[in-house]
Ligand binder design. Structure first.
Ligand SMILES: [Zn+2]
Length: 283
C-alpha cells in the first residue's frame, strides 16, 4: 500500500489509547527489518532518519532515503510511515520536506520557552502549508549517559504544555518524564504522575523517546496513559552490531567473500528483535 503519513498512525494510536512504534534506521538493512517485522506482526511502524546521517556522515540523501522507504511501503501490506527525527535547524528541516518527508520532528527544546514557541510555530506554518506534520519537544530529553533521565529540572513542565501546544499548533509533542537517549546507567523510572498531568493539559498526542532500557511494564502503562508514539533505537543498533560480530565469528577467515551473507544475517536478527517489541503496540 502507499506510504502512510506517520501522523495518521499517531492519531489512530491516540484514539485507541495505544502507541505506534518508531525506529531510526541508518540504511536499507534496518529499514528492511522494520518492514519485515511489521509484516510478521501485522502492526504498523514508522521508519525514521536522523538528519546527521545525511549532513554529517554522508550516508544518504534525504531524497534517496525517502524514496527508498516509499518504495518499500508500496510493496507491502504493512502500514509504514516516514518521519525525520530531531532536526535542530530550519534549513535542514525544509530540505527534508522538499525531498519528500511527510512528517518531521523540529526540535528547538534547547532554546528558552519563548524562542522554542516562536521557532516551532514558524516551522509548523511552513510544514502545514505543504501537508507535512510536525513533532516538537518541550523540556529536554538529553542523553542517558549524562543521567538526563534523572534531572527533574529538565523534565517537561505540565503548566507550559497547554500554552506551547496552543501557540505552536504542533501535531505531536515529545516529553521528558525520566526517559533519555542511549544506554541508561541505571533502570529508568518514568514519572507517570507527570505524564498524567501533561496528558490532561493537552489533546496533542505525546511521544516517548529513549525507549531502549525502559522496562516493558512501564511502557505498557505509559502507552495507556497518553504516549502515542514510541521511539526505539539503541537496542536495535546493538543488535545490528552484534549480528555482524556473530556472523564474522562463524565465517573465518576474516575478509572472506562470505561477507556477502551479512545483510541477510543482520536483517534476520533485527527483524526478530523489532517484532518482539512491536507486539507491545495495541494498534
Ligand atoms: Zn529523540
Amino acid at each position: 500500500m502507499p506510504l502512510v503519513n506517520a501522523i495518521d498512525l499517531v492519531r489512530e494510536a491516540s484514539a485507541k489509547n495505544a502507541a505506534v512504534l518508531s525506529f531510526v534506521c541508518i540504511d536499507y538493512n534496518e529499514a528492511r527489518a522494520v518492514v519485515n517485522a511489521a509484516e510478521r506482526t501485522g502492526k504498523p511502524a514508522i521508519i525514521m532518519l536522523l538528519p546527521e546521517y545525511v549532513t554529517q556522515y554522508s550516508l544518504n540523501g534525504f531524497g534517496e532515503f525517502a524514496a527508498m522507504v516509499k518504495f518499500m511501503a508500496g510493496r507491502t501490506d504493512a502500514r509504514i510511515g516516514l518521519h525525520l527525527d530531531h532536526s535542530y535547524d530550519e534549513a535542514e528541516a525544509r530540505w527534508a520536506i522538499e525531498c519528500g518527508f511527510t512528517s518531521i520532528m523540529f526540535d528547538a527544546s534547547r532554546d528558552d520557552l519563548e524562542t522554542n514557541i516562536r521557532r516551532t510555530r514558524a516551522m509548523v506554518e511552513y510544514a502545514h502549508a505543504r501537508g507535512v506534520a510536525v513533532e516538537s519537544e518541550l523540556g529536554s530529553i538529553g542523553l542517558a549517559s549524562e543521567r538526563a533521565g534523572e534531572k527533574t529540572d529538565l523534565f517537561t513542565k505540565p503548566d507550559a504544555v497547554a500554552l506551547f501546544c496552543r501557540e505552536t499548533g504542533v501535531d505531536s509533542l515529545a516529553v521528558a518524564i525520566g526517559n533519555a537517549h542511549g544506554d541508561y546507567l541505571q533502570t529508568p523510572n518514568l514519572d507517570l504522575a507527570r505524564l498524567d498531568e501533561i496528558n490532561a493539559a493537552t489533546d496533542t498526542p505525546l511521544v516517548l523517546h529513549g525507549g531502549s532500557g525502559i522496562p516493558e511494564d512501564q511502557l505498557v502503562e505509559a502507552f495507556r496513559r497518553g504516549i502515542n508514539k514510541f521511539n526505539y533505537g539503541t537496542d536495535v543498533k546493538r543488535c545490528y552490531i552484534g549480528a555482524i560480530h556473530d556472523y564474522m565469528a562463524r565465517h573465518e577467515p576474516p575478509g572472506s567473500l562470505d561477507v556477502l551473507g551479512i545483510p541477510a544475517a543482520v536483517q534476520q536478527a533485527m527483524t526478530d528483535l523489532i517484532a518482539r517489541k512491536l507486539v507491545l503496540s495495541k494498534l
